[in-house]
Design a protein around this ligand. Structure first.
Ligand code: DQA
Length: 152
């Protein structure tokens, strides 16, 4: 069974209230419910967690080692600042997909740089809540292919 960890960074608990023109009107709870449905349909397990705290996200990434097969993360504002999250991902060597609701490359210059992109297997940015779904699909596909290679 493939196990996917979805991590939501700071202020994403405010989705549905926060800058709706930028991030849409879906709440985090409803995004998570959609991802759970997708996981069920794909026959994988999925756990979704949110934190406003960088240290907590670092700890969860560290704890994912051996418990999950891939991580899908929207690091939110920490995307543009966090060497700690980058190092955490490097340390666990779990395939990680970076997702963003908005297209960070069309926004302010400070948002166009991601500290995580260089250690992620890929980045999905700009499709609203669909970015998460695409991210989870990409993570599942990556793990399936890696397992196929191992057994083949
Ligand atoms: C975001 C983009 C970030 O720049 C911002 O700080 C967020 C959300 C997104 O999903 O588009 O909080 O990660």
């Amino acid at each position: 069974m493939i196990r996917i960890l979805v991590l939501h960074g700071p202020n994403l608990n405010m989705l549905g209230v926060r800058e709706q023109e930028m991030y849409g009107d879906q709440t985090l709870q409803s995004i998570n419910a959609q991802l759970m449905e997708l996981a069920q349909a794909e026959g994988v397990t999925l756990e979704a967690k949110h934190s406003n705290s960088e240290g907590e996200l670092v700890s969860w990434i560290q704890e994912a080692r051996g418990r999950f097969d891939a991580i899908v993360i929207n690091p939110a504002a920490y995307t543009h600042t966090s060497v700690a999250l980058r190092d955490a991902i490097l340390s666990v060597t779990l395939p990680t997909v970076e997702v963003h609701l908005s297209n960070i490359h069309q926004r302010e210059e400070f948002r166009q740089r991601s500290y995580l992109a260089g250690v992620a297997i890929g980045q999905i940015s700009g499709f609203g809540a669909l970015s998460y779904e695409l991210g989870v699909r990409a993570a599942i596909d990556h793990v399936r292919k890696a397992r196929g290679k191992q057994s083949g």
